[in-house]
Design a binder for this molecule. Sequence first.
Ligand code: AMP
Ligand code: GLY
Length: 422
Amino acid sequence: MILVVVGGGGREHAIIKKLGENKNVDKIYALPGNGGIAEDAECASVAATDVKGVVDFCVSHKVDYVVVAPDDPLVMGMTDALKEAGIPSFGPSKDAAIIEGSKVFSKNLMKKYGIPTAAYEVFSDPKEAYRYVESCPVPTVIKADGLALGKGVIIAETREDAKNAVKTIMEDKKFGKSGDEIVIEEFLTGPEVSVLSFTDGKTMVPMVSSMDHKRALDGDKGLNTGGMGTVAPNPYYTEAVAKECMEKIFLPTMEAMNREGRTFKGCLYFGLMITADGPKVIEYNCRFGDPETQVVLPLLKTDLFDIMRAVTEERLADINIEWKDESAACVVIASGGYPESYKKGYPIELPEDRKGIYVAGAELRDGVLVTSGGRVLGVTETAPSLPEALEKAYRTAEKVHFTDMHMRRDIGKRALSALGIK
Ligand code: AMP
Ligand code: GLY
């Protein structure tokens, strides 16, 4: 079988390594992949957002199956275009990817079907938004409607900040058309849990839960990033919480999408907050999370390609999905200065054993792997317990070297204290 994985980050590297475990997989192409992924797949320079380019590549290379990993091509309708060309793929249709592509859509969906989420208002006129924030409770949360590279969410501590956020998104158009409409919502508090799920629209199978660390610096300080590390499972996701989520959030979301004629097939990501009133949805993503995938997939026992094909063919109910009874920890190593400005082009030294190394921002220059992005790579280790997984991950991270590298030293600390471990 010849496979294509669309995308070029750490998440895609984790997906490619897992797919490579299947004996029927002869070849994997990554479009565009990156310098580190090139060890595990053949990279071709087709942009992940080039729908026509990806379809043409798949046709000319007789590709049997495609995994579309990032949000943009899914929201643009890449799986629909592949289907038209007769190529099966993993990932939702454009109609279903709107669950991530439009926050207004997802908030209205939750309201219509009674799925617990933060109370909210939608604005398309900045004047009305300004009037609203003059008297709204603070802190408040302001979100651009569309995709904004995970940066379209502003938590405003004061009404003045809220006004500035409205201006930034709706008038200065910092996120372009994504800011034509905004959602202003209630500020919720509580631990956050990420739950990825496999669904074919008939069956919903949550994966192992995980915890992201979004801030750049230790102690959850500094700017929001794409994610500086993850652990799995998430100790806040107890059996009771899992049961409540399944009943009140996961199954109702799958059903709601079916009722809207937007059946979701693929990986549906639930970003949850465990509030005093129970779990609530912070966001939906129409894809695997990054860097959640880097801790979730290493714990998967069942063959990933078998699961993906079952999702595509709507026979997920026939597959028994099993997980290792272990913990996983991923420490992201970034370029110093990320998520603001940083230098690129530094040579990267990696450990001999690359099993748990997932490369995100690196390229090959004259055969040498050099940094090319903010998040350069993730180091994942699994172990029978979380403290052991963390210790192993940090030990492996010590074997990675490049100029100006930055990693958080406290990944998993909150999870450990939730487990009662100092
Ligand atoms: P999102 O891109 O929607 O995941 O939002 C980014 C981050 O902003 C989330 O992971 C939360 O930490 C925070 N956030 C989003 N919505 C809310 C909310 N209603 N209350 C508190 N924090 C929020
Ligand atoms: N880690 C959050 C995301 O993938 O959106």
